[in-house]
Design a protein around this ligand. Structure first.
Ligand code: GAL
Length: 691
């Protein structure tokens, strides 16, 4: 057992594989920030309590799991949150049809309510048996309990939970050795912070990335795009990011990585117009390189042995391949002002047509096989484009459909439009355990009610995204897809649009608060979105909560899913106040809520001085937020905000401030700035109505 950093320990067994997330990644451990966290000086699990063995399959590791412990993590799990007594296989897949571990972003990392985390450094499809199986003989003491044999299905082979102190057994195929990293607590939240700081800290998105995202119809032409873009501004619908779907390219599936000049004549002229209207432009793509692409020949010797959609699979574990891919993106897109990309279809699938992805037995020139590449490709893809934006000196917030271990520094948000509303919410609950961000994106909806409920969740999530790639007109004009395509608008569209506008404005007003939460992710490793159990590990009532989460330090979000008008919400101990009305609730109990269609239940911690900005239509480079405060509770008098230029990397050289605001009884604000940023992004206007 070796100490790697404050509160981080490495356990090594045998000869680990050459290609693992740690060896492939460009990890910058945040030693100084880790030092700032309290540390007991001893590893959270004794090396004597870890059993590792070579098996004919690879390596098996056993770690202790105590009776009362509950385990969380394993990446973006969409079927469950508490993984105790479950088996999870770390295998990237775009169609996680069952609770097997398959995910767009599976991560071999778990955290325990006992206050520690374990990361297994492998790119293999490792299986974690989280207390599912007892060792031979362990049930012998039970044999004297005479029990009549039940004959129903449930009695015969229903789900049995193992009891007592047991183990987490990890089966790592193909490996001859393994490294485990252990992260101290003292609590779950701190273990996750340490994991994120070990990975390099959380990402800090540009401020515009926290505004509203709109992805346009796949078949849109230049005229369609400009019409939509003008309409948003005319209708005062705040939108920051305009997304182009596959139709912008001359060839997609696989990709040419070139504009289609027929659909988009003088595309640079169009981009300039969009930039002039303060839009940031995001381009859809995937990794697979079509023979018509200018980067095809260069990448051919640097690619895997099988094609995907008739395109190359570049081996991004090779610096030369990364360089070709990055240079093309820089020259053709980033230098032309493109603000980000949507990295699609990099997550493999078993259930769609056969050339969706490459076989597990594919050989890559770097020496990775297909299995390892599947579990690494999302992160390698993000790393390639992250570097391009860093060299350009501009921050991005982008999208990606596959991710994995040690991914917190990547400014990419996961997405997929395959899920129902409930699953989208569970994704937000889960993502914070493993250094990931997830967007409960809004596609077109089934009805105005569905649209409003989904928009509510989206605006209280890591990325507020409307993915309208299947409809030419905004969903608030018409939710029915066929009618939307025919241009037939709903009679009451103005009312629906008004509700959406008001929700978008709520998001815009929360940007300084949310930006501060993201800054804590970058500086301290604290995830901006968290399951309640991460903040309240002592409270067993939070262990199974899959439908509510914390946003930043003070907001508890409990969305209402489509098709229902009511729900129960459990509020942990302490006093909470309704975000909208200020009504007070005592924690430690559940409440039944029927808030009406226009309200998503959101609760504010007592004592919060909540900063709310006057909603901007978009976040321009020189944006200044006009902030007023709402006092939640009588003691609310202090608020701390993070401030920097919002778009460059100068914050990494100390050009950022903490802005501390204190409010006296009369509502007069005293503002103190500490730090090296000389600009001013926040103007304060006092207290709004006390809620
Ligand atoms: C899907 C993706 C959608 C959309 C579509 C375009 O795979 O999840 O959001 O981009 O591809 O073909």
């Amino acid at each position: 057992m070796q100490k790697v950093a404050n509160g981080v320990w490495k356990f090594r067994f045998g000869e680990p594989e050459a290609h693992t997330p740690v060896s492939l990644g460009d990890i910058t451990i945040k030693y100084k920030e880790l030092e700032a966290l309290d540390c007991s000086g001893a590893p959270p699990i004794n090396s004597d309590d870890i059993f590792a063995t070579r098996t004919p399959r690879g390596v098996r590791v056993e770690l202790p799991l105590m009776q009362e412990e509950h385990l969380y993590g394993f990446g973006l799990q969409l079927h469950s949150v508490d993984h105790t007594s479950r088996k999870k296989v770390i295998r990237v897949n775009s169609d996680p049809v069952a609770d097997t571990g398959d995910s767009h972003a599976p991560v071999p990392f778990y955290v325990s309510t006992a206050g520690y985390g374990v990361y297994v450094d492998t790119s293999r499809y490792a299986a974690f048996y989280c207390g599912t199986n007892l060792k031979k003989g362990a049930s012998e003491h039970k044999k004297e309990v005479a029990k009549e044999v039940g004959t129903s299905e449930i009695e015969l082979y229903g789900y049995q939970v193992t009891e007592g102190d047991r183990t987490v057994m990890i089966d790592i195929p193909a490996a001859a050795g393994i490294e485990l990293y252990l992260f101290e607590g003292p609590d779950m939240g701190t273990s996750v912070q340490r994991y994120n700081l070990f990975s390099g800290g959380g990402c800090l998105p540009p401020a515009w990335g926290l505004g509203i995202w709109y992805r346009a119809y796949s078949a849109a032409t230049r005229d369609d795009v400009m019409r939509l873009a003008s309409t948003f501004r005319e209708d005062r619908m705040p939108v920051d990011v305009f997304g182009f779907e596959p139709g912008w390219q001359s060839r997609a599936y696989s990709c040419s990585f070139l504009w289609d000049d027929k659909r988009f004549p003088d595309h640079q002229g169009m981009l300039e117009q969009l930039y002039g209207m303060n839009y940031r432009v995001n381009l859809w793509e995937h990794l697979f390189v079509h023979p018509s692409s200018p980067i095809y020949e260069g990448l051919k010797p640097l690619s895997g042995s099988y094609e995907v959609w008739e395109g190359l699979v570049p081996d991004l574990a090779l610096p030369e391949a990364r360089h070709i891919f990055e240079a093309h993106h820089t020259q053709e897109f980033i230098d032309q002002g493109i603000a980000g990309f949507k990295l699609d279809e990099c997550d493999n699938s078993d259930y769609v047509h056969s050339n969706w992805s490459f076989p597990d037995a594919t050989e890559f020139p770097s020496g990775l096989d297909g299995e390892q590449m599947h579990n690494s490709i999302g992160v390698l893809y993000q790393a390639t484009l992250k570097k391009a934006f860093e060299k350009a000196g501009r921050r991005t917030l982008s999208q990606v459909r596959a991710s994995g271990a040690l991914a917190s520094p990547y400014p990419f948000v996961l997405y997929s439009d395959l899920y129902d509303h409930k699953v989208f919410i569970r994704g937000v609950v889960n993502c914070g355990f493993s250094g990931l961000l997830w967007s409960p994106e809004v596609r077109q909806a089934e009805s105005p009610e569905d649209l409003i409920r989904r928009v509510q969740t989206a605006v209280f999530s890591p990325m507020a995204l409307l993915n309208c790639w299947q409809i030419p007109n905004p969903p608030w004009m018409q939710t029915n897809r066929e009618q939307n395509i025919r241009g037939e608008f709903a009679d009451d569209y103005e009312a629906v649009r008004e509700v959406c506008r008001s929700l978008f404005e709520t998001r815009m007003s929360l940007i300084p608060y949310l930006y501060t939460a993201y800054a804590r992710y970058a500086l301290e490793g604290r995830p901006p979105f968290r399951a309640l159990v991460m903040d309240y590990p002592e409270d067993v009532h939070t262990y199974g909560i899959e439908d509510a989460y914390m946003m930043g330090e003070s907001l508890l979000v409990a969305p209402i899913v489509t098709g229902t008008a009511e729900r129960d919400v459990y509020l942990p101990e302490g006093t909470w106040l309704c975000f909208w009305t200020g009504k007070q609730y005592e924690g430690g109990q559940s409440y039944h809520l029927t808030p009406g269609l226009e309200r998503i239940p959101v609760f504010v911690k007592d004592g919060t001085l909540l900063p709310l900005a006057k909603p901007l239509p978009y976040v321009a480079e020189d944006a200044v937020f006009n902030i007023s405060f709402r006092r939640y509770g009588t003691t609310a008098s202090r608020c701390r905000l993070y401030e920097d230029d919002g778009h460059s990397f100068n914050y990494q050289n100390g050009q950022w401030n903490w802005v501390d605001v204190s409010l006296d009884e009369a509502g007069t604000a005293t503002v103190q700035r500490t730090g090296g940023y000389e600009g001013v992004r926040y103007a304060f206007t006092g207290v709004s109505a006390i809620n």
